[in-house]
Design a protein around this ligand. Structure first.
Ligand code: H79
Length: 478
């Protein structure tokens, strides 16, 4: 590991950090005066333990609960082999090729010399996310393979020191995210197959969960924490610190709490996912109890069957079957399916973190771009029915999904009625007005009540959008 001098921060970064600090102080003062009662808040400025955390959970989670839709980016050296090693296909997800192909560290490292993504364009990537209606980006600062996408001083195994590309990928993205108003977040793997104090010595099974590294504490205290500090200081303020790879034997519940608090000490309003703790229940993603650290649950490749009242969660999902780019994975979910998933998740009160796996050239694959553009077309008309909404109060509806805001229901009609009548059951509230969200004139639709709990809406014979037409109901509180 070669030591390097710490990069000096660019002035734009320092200015924005100064403005940020000033805003934080102002916010804290306002909260002190207001007595700071917030949704879901257990602690506040006034009663935070030891005065360490200056913000309540509700305050930290506010933007996240509102924004609903983010882009996951898995990018690293694994994009170079793209699922193939020495002429053969390696089974499994692309970013796991080092483990699944049993590749020694010394061989895998050589990929860095081939990592030269000359077509990488941060502006374009952020634009693609933004046009899809995504509000935040979570990119792999470091995945399990240990390769770093910024100029970290803690190793030379990074894009600036080890590749011909030499550009600070995270820096370029941070700048573009700031410019385009997208929140930048980092996925940072706890597991590290490259680091000698972590899982590198476990070769040929880096992911062997029965093994322990006697130097693991040194890796956590010096390397991991040092890197996280760099990430927050150089590219912050960040939205989320998204941990993963927490299932290794050496990672304890205490490590989780310590790391959670460390992240908040670096940035008081940062959000930390529940993989910082080791209480995750498999791919279902929820923590076993609140004895484990973390702000929200992380279902992976699945959507909970129902809403989870009182819990924050975010489903992360791929558009095909891999996170990191694999050249032969063409098992793409349809654009309709992906849009329905976004709406399904919102109707259950969750967030959707949808993945792209850029190529070794630096391009987001065409099929991903096309799907995101299609979702974006729908969002341009209908995003009001996603952002800032809460779970459906109606339970299951046979024709689609429902999202809610105070005084409003958004009926997402996937199956448009052929008889021109949309039945809404389980609704006792008085309906003041109904209209198509796509209708700028908001022409009123006829609503008739049939019994205490059912209304029937007379709708046009053809759906405005065959995939999902949204009807807005303005309702009275009961
Ligand atoms: O970064 C992507 C993947 O590389 C990583 N998470 C996403 C976001 C990942 N996906 N799947 N896996 C890692 C495979 C890990 C599976 C297991 Fe386990 C680890 C099986 C047993 C230990 C997870 C934790 C499921 C049960 C416990």
């Amino acid at each position: 590991m070669n030591e390097k001098t710490i990069r000096s921060c660019n002035s734009a970064g320092s200015i924005s950090r100064r403005i940020y600090s000033a805003l934080m102080i102002a916010a804290i003062c306002v909260l002190l005066i207001a007595g700071c009662r917030q949704e879901g808040s257990q602690t506040s400025v006034l009663d935070s333990p030891g005065g360490k955390n200056t913000l309540s959970k509700g305050e930290r989670m506010n933007w996240w609960r509102n924004d609903r839709f983010g882009m996951f980016i898995h990018w690293g050296l694994y994009a170079v082999p793209a699922g193939e090693w020495k002429g053969g296909k390696v089974q499994g997800i692309g970013e796991w090729i080092m483990e699944n192909g049993h590749i020694p560290v010394s061989e895998y490292e050589q990929l860095a010399k081939q990592f030269n993504p000359v077509k990488f364009d941060a502006e374009q990537w952020v634009q693609i996310a933004k046009n899809a209606g995504m509000k935040y980006i979570v990119i792999t600062s470091k995945h399990h393979d240990g390769f770093c996408l910024w100029n970290t001083k803690y190793t030379d195994y990074d894009v600036v020191d080890a590749t011909p590309f030499k550009r600070d990928i995270l820096g370029e993205l941070a700048q573009e995210c700031r410019k385009q108003g997208i929140r930048l977040c980092f996925y940072h793997s706890i597991m590290d197959w490259h680091h000698p104090d972590a899982q590198a010595p476990f070769y040929p099974k880096y992911n062997d969960t029965s093994k322990s590294n006697p130097n693991f504490d040194r890796y956590v205290e010096y390397y991991l924490k040092g890197q996280l500090k760099e990430l927050v200081r150089n590219y912050g303020p960040l939205g989320i610190m998204w941990f993963d790879g927490e299932w290794i034997k050496d990672w304890t519940r205490e490590n989780g709490w310590d790391m959670f608090e460390y992240c908040l000490s670096l940035q008081p309003d940062i959000i930390v996912n529940n993989r910082v703790g080791n209480g995750r229940q498999g791919m279902r993603g929820l923590s076993k109890s609140d004895e484990f650290a973390g702000d929200y649950g992380t279902p992976e490749q699945e959507i909970p069957a129902t809403g989870l009242p009182g819990l924050d969660w975010e489903t992360c999902m791929t558009m095909n079957d891999t996170w990191g780019y694999k050249s032969d994975d063409n098992n793409w979910k349809s654009r309709e399916d992906l849009l329905h998933k976004l709406v399904d998740i919102a109707s259950k009160g969750g967030n959707f973190l949808l993945n792209v796996g850029p190529t070794a050239e630096g391009l987001i694959p065409g099929p991903s771009v096309e799907r995101l553009a299609a979702i974006g077309e729908w969002m341009k008309v209908n995003s009001e029915s996603i952002y800032g909404t809460t779970a459906s109060p109606l339970g299951e509806v046979p024709w689609g999904r429902c999202t809610a805001k105070p005084g409003k229901l958004y009926l997402h009609v996937f199956d448009w009625p052929t008889n021109g009548k949309l039945e809404v059951s389980g609704l006792e509230n008085k309906v003041k007005k109904a209209y198509l969200l796509a209708d700028k004139k908001r022409s009123e639709l006829l609503v008739t009540r049939e019994g205490r709990e059912k209304v029937v809406i007379t709708v046009p014979s053809k759906a405005a959008d065959p995939v999902n037409t949204v009807i807005v109901l303005e309702i009275d509180k009961k």
